[in-house]
Design a protein around this ligand. Structure first.
Ligand code: HEC
Ligand code: HEC
Length: 187
């Protein structure tokens, strides 16, 4: 009986597989490949974003926040008073950046850390800072005041690339951390 059931399910799944079109098979292949390459966060790959959003600080990869956060940050009015600074953009540039960022926001990403970020944010929550995301907060709870605020070469937890030596590549692994004036992090 059990054997029959297995045989039936094998036949059924085989027929499902053969009815999949070539293009569907191809996109499934790409999906599997993207999963195997997705340990960290997708690095910024948009020139305009790197330039405009990297002018005052590290250009945060869109996969570090969910779309509802980016929608608040990338609002024309909000950008006029962006954490006390004027970061306004012309209409065309803003539209182009919104398109790029929304398409790459955390919940759309298969990258491991982006998924952890999404999971740690409750529905309806739209943090304006990556440093306010529970997962990110938890990862930094061992850092002392002297290592961050009181450290002249860091000064704010928002300066990810001050400590994460491969942040430009979207890599945040604790093996790649080097805190200025304190050195490598060994856990
Ligand atoms: C004129 C300077 C300036 C520009 C341009 C700018 N920012 Fe900022 N941004 C700031 C400042 C200042 C902060 C607060 C940093 C701090 O608290 O240490 C900040 C903070 C942030 C944070 C929160 C970081 C955190 O987790 O604490 C995000 C996200 C952010 N900016 C995204 C953007 C994006 C996206 C753009 C491009 C549209 C942009 N910024 C352009 C000045 C700027
Ligand atoms: C003062 C230095 C410093 C700054 C600034 C900093 N981090 Fe970290 N970060 C660390 C250290 C140290 C760890 C490892 C903590 C541990 O393992 O207990 C870490 C861990 C992490 C991890 C988890 C890595 C792992 O292997 O599990 C992520 C993700 C991360 N940081 C992202 C960020 C982001 C995004 C920013 C900027 C918004 C940032 N960090 C800013 C020092 C820093």
């Amino acid at each position: 009986m059990k054997r029959q059931l297995i045989l039936i399910s094998v036949l059924v799944s085989a027929s499902v597989v053969t009815s999949v079109s070539a293009s569907e098979e191809e996109s499934f292949g790409k999906w599997v490949m993207s999963i195997s390459r997705t340990k960290e966060v997708k690095a910024v790959n948009n020139e305009l974003y790197a330039e405009e959003c990297g002018a005052c600080h590290y250009a945060y990869p869109p996969g570090l926040l969910p779309i509802q956060s980016w929608e608040k940050l990338l609002d024309a009015k909000a950008l006029e008073d962006h954490f006390g600074e004027n970061a306004e953009l012309d209409e065309a540039d803003l539209a182009s950046l919104q398109k790029y960022v929304y398409a790459n926001s955390a919940e759309k990403s298969y990258y491991k850390r982006a998924r952890k970020i999404t999971r740690s944010i409750s529905e309806g929550e739209a943090p304006l800072r990556i440093t306010e995301v529970k997962y990110i907060k938890r990862k930094h709870h061992e850092l002392t005041e002297e290592m961050v605020k009181g450290n002249k070469d860091v000064s704010s937890l928002s300066n990810c690339n001050a400590c994460h030596t491969q942040a430009e590549k979207g890599i945040f692994d604790d093996d790649t951390v080097n805190i200025p004036n304190f050195g490598e992090w060994d856990d």
